[in-house]
Each structure stands twice: as structure tokens, then as C-alpha cells.
Design a protein around this ligand. Structure first.
Ligand SMILES: *Cc1c(COP(=O)(O)O)cnc(C)c1O
Length: 413
């Protein structure tokens, strides 16, 4: 695939930039202030939590790190069970491989590729401690039903919002719909913080200090004033003793060793400029999506993701489905689009079938709908604002031509 010369290579950037971003960068660089975690980061986090509607938002260096640190806050113990969607990027559940918990992959809704609440409910046991979902492609999952299941049983819910910045769910925002939300500002995402970045959102006040420690080289631990002599530290001068994680305190419970995941100031400043552009970026994605809709609606053997009432899709991914009953072949369509110069990336290979999860006993047949959709039906078409009008026009033309060809092939089969 990489050998081919595409007229429209898959766009590795999701967002667009302008004078606001460049001005923000030059302001930071000319400021003489720290480049590593200061006022820009705080301001980015404040704007972000106000926009999402969560009490807290803490930035980190990637969506993957956001998920790894957030999963730590769930307090999972060996033997606990976690229910997770298999139709997402592998980073959503990867940290669970390092914990001695068992993961039960739920099945998905064939109309949206989001976790199916009925399948989640069927997997709940007395050991279920957490549910991890994604808002696939930017279309919010059925959070009311999922949260009702979880709240009734004291189960924590984590939303992977990597696609859902700019989505709406009954006048609320993903990242405020469950216990904890994780965002990505990777180059391909709805906004970027100069290529890499992430955010964790939540309401729980006790998590604020814990997460802040973890991301900034302190342990996630409870500390108590040392009751006994710690070597030379007894009688330490007052400048050595600071509140909380003090050299002179004892570590009571150690939950996580911590890491450095500080979002740097240039990235945060860039993120602030991108946030003020978010509405326009999402509007552009929706306009592009409507133009793809208009092409697809001419072909009865394809079906597209439909927004339920009260829900707005941010269209991180544009997704449609080929009806295999019609005789149309998904793989043929993807290959033919490539021959027309349009490079697609299909997202996502069902996680339970990745080697690391098969090594944990997961098998074909575990999530029949997720498997059927991935292997036979789902297609993603680029709709990023970064596409030029010429590139996007080519995508629409190629789609029209290839589906017309597929239609005449079907009728001769
Ligand atoms: C991009 C993405 C991530 C990981 O984010 P990074 O910032 O690239 O580490 C996690 N989950 C989903 C669903 C994603 O699309």
C-alpha cells in the first residue's frame, strides 16, 4: 500500500492552523518564561474544563498517557473485571494488559459501532468494577443507558473521548458524561497541541491531587508525617519540609510510581489557539460529512451512520457500511478507491483479536457484530478540515464512480 502514489494520501493531519497558532507560539518563545508546565498549561486546562463541563481537566503528553493514568484512578484490583468495547484504538485498553484484571469485550451496535448497552448489561457480574467505552468516530455512545447500568451497581465508567471533542449529547459534552474522560490532541485529532497531547477530565475532587502527582514525577500515594526518625532527616530544616509529599513524610499507600507527562508550554499555547477554532473545525467536518452523505444516499447497498435525536457527531471519522447481502464487496470497494488514488485507513481492527489479547485467551466469535462489521462492512472516508477542496472533490468523485461500478457489478452477479 505504501508503495502506491495516491492522489489523495490519507491526511495525517486532522486540524488546520493559522496566524493565531503561530502568534501563540511566538508569544511563548519570546516570553522568557518556563517552557515546561506553567501559566499556559493552566489556562488551557481551565478553558478546556469550562468547555467540557467537568470540574477538573489535567493535561498530559498524549491520549495514550491520559488513558494509562486515568485507568490507574479506577483503583482496579487483581481479579476485578472490566467491560470494554473492542471497536476502538488499542490504547483505550492497553494499560489493562499490565494489570491482573480480566477484560470482557462487549459487542457493538451495527448502526454506530459504539458499545451496545444490552451487551454490556449481559456481561456485568459482581466483580465488574469498570466499563470503558469510546465515542466511535465522534458519535456519542448511549451514555444514559450505560450510566444507568453502572450507577445502579457502583461501577465506574471511563469515556475515551479521543474522537469526541466538539460532539454534543443532549446539550452536554463527552468528557462530562461519565466518571472520567480522556482526550487526545494527536496530529490526526479534532484539534492538536503541536502533534501530541492529551487531557483527562473528571469531577471527583480526590482524584485531582492524585493525578497531578502522577503526571509530574511524584507518586500517587497517601503520605503521613513520619512518626519515627528517617535517618538524617529527623530535625530537617523547614525549607526541606513541604506539605504532602514531603521528604520527611512516610508513604502509607503507594498506588502508582508516577511519571513525567507534563504538557509543555508551547503545546498548551498552541492548544488554546486551537480551542478557539474548534467550532469552525467541527463545522467543516460536518459540512464535509453532509457532502459524503449526498453521494452515498444514491446507492441503496450502502448505509451510513445516522445521528440519533439529541446527539451531534463531531465526525472525527466518517463511517459507512456496505450491505453484504447486496452482493457488494467491501474489500473490492476499498481496493478500487485506492486505484482511484484515494487512500483509506479502516478503523479499528477488533481489539480482542490482536495478538496480545488472543494471548490472554480472547477468541474469534467473542464479539460477532464487531467482527462482522470490521471484516465485511465498515469503511471510513477522510473528512478532515485539512483536505483541500481539490482533494475532497476527488474523494467524492472517486466514491461516486466506484460505487456506480459496484452497483453495476452487483446487478450482473
Ligand atoms: C488517538 C486515540 C488514542 C490515543 O491518543 P494518542 O494521543 O495518539 O496517544 C486513544 N484512543 C482513541 C480512540 C484514539 O483515536
Amino acid at each position: 500500500m505504501s508503495q502506491r502514489n495516491y492522489l489523495v494520501p490519507y491526511p495525517q493531519r486532522g486540524s488546520i492552523f493559522g496566524a493565531a497558532e503561530l502568534d501563540a507560539l511566538s508569544e511563548v518563545l519570546n516570553s522568557n518564561l518556563t517552557l515546561s508546565g506553567g501559566a499556559y498549561r493552566e489556562s488551557f486546562e481551565k478553558q478546556f474544563r469550562e468547555m467540557v463541563g467537568s470540574r477538573h481537566a489535567l493535561s498530559v503528553t498524549s491520549g495514550t498517557v491520559a488513558l494509562a493514568l486515568a485507568i490507574n484512578l479506577l483503583g482496579l484490583q487483581p481479579g476485578d473485571e472490566v467491560i470494554a468495547t473492542p471497536q476502538t484504538f488499542k490504547a483505550t485498553v492497553q494499560p489493562l494488559l499490565d494489570l491482573r484484571v480480566s477484560v470482557r469485550f462487549c459487542d457493538i451496535d451495527p448502526n454506530t459501532l459504539n458499545a451496545d448497552p444490552a451487551s454490556i448489561e449481559a456481561l456485568i457480574t459482581a466483580r465488574t468494577k469498570a466499563i470503558i467505552i469510546v465515542h466511535y468516530g465522534g458519535l456519542p455512545a448511549e451514555m444514559d443507558r450505560i450510566m444507568r447500568l453502572a450507577r445502579a451497581r457502583g461501577i465506574l465508567v471511563l469515556e475515551d473521548c479521543a474522537h469526541a471533542l466538539g460532539s454534543d449529547y443532549f446539550d452536554r459534552r463527552p468528557g462530562s458524561l461519565a466518571d472520567i474522560g480522556c482526550f487526545s490532541f494527536h496530529s490526526s485529532k479534532n484539534i492538536t497541541t503541536l502533534g501530541e497531547g492529551g487531557m483527562v477530565t473528571f469531577d471527583e475532587d480526590t482524584w485531582l491531587e492524585r493525578l497531578d502527582r502522577m503526571r509530574s514525577n511524584d507518586s500517587d500515594a497517601d503520605f503521613a508525617r513520619a512518626a519515627h526518625r528517617i535517618g538524617e532527616l529527623d530535625g530537617a530544616p523547614s525549607w526541606m519540609v513541604y506539605v504532602g509529599n514531603s521528604y520527611t513524610h512516610n508513604c502509607v499507600t503507594l498506588r502508582h510510581a508516577g511519571t513525567n507527562a507534563t504538557l509543555a508550554e508551547p503545546n498548551a499555547a498552541f492548544g488554546i489557539a486551537q480551542l478557539s477554532r474548534l467550532d469552525r473545525l467541527v463545522k467543516r467536518r460536518r459540512e464535509n460529512a453532509a457532502r459524503i452523505d449526498a453521494v452515498l444516499d444514491q446507492f441503496p447497498f450502502v448505509r451510513r451512520v445516522v445521528e440519533p435525536e439529541g446527539v451531534a457527531n463531531a465526525y472525527h471519522l466518517y463511517t459507512f457500511f456496505v450491505d453484504p447481502e447486496s452482493g457488494a464487496n467491501r474489500n473490492w470497494i476499498v481496493e478500487r478507491l485506492a486505484q482511484h488514488g484515494v487512500q483509506l485507513q479502516l478503523r479499528y481492527f477488533p481489539l480482542h483479536l490482536l495478538p496480545e489479547w488472543r494471548a490472554r485467551g480472547h477468541r474469534v466469535g467473542e464479539c460477532p457484530t464487531a467482527e462482522r462489521m470490521w471484516f465485511d462492512q465498515q469503511i471510513n472516508v477522510p473528512c478532515q478540515p485539512s483536505l483541500s477542496e481539490e482533494q475532497f472533490g476527488r474523494i467524492l468523485d472517486a466514491l461516486h464512480d466506484v460505487l456506480t461500478e459496484a452497483a453495476s457489478r452487483n446487478s450482473t452477479v
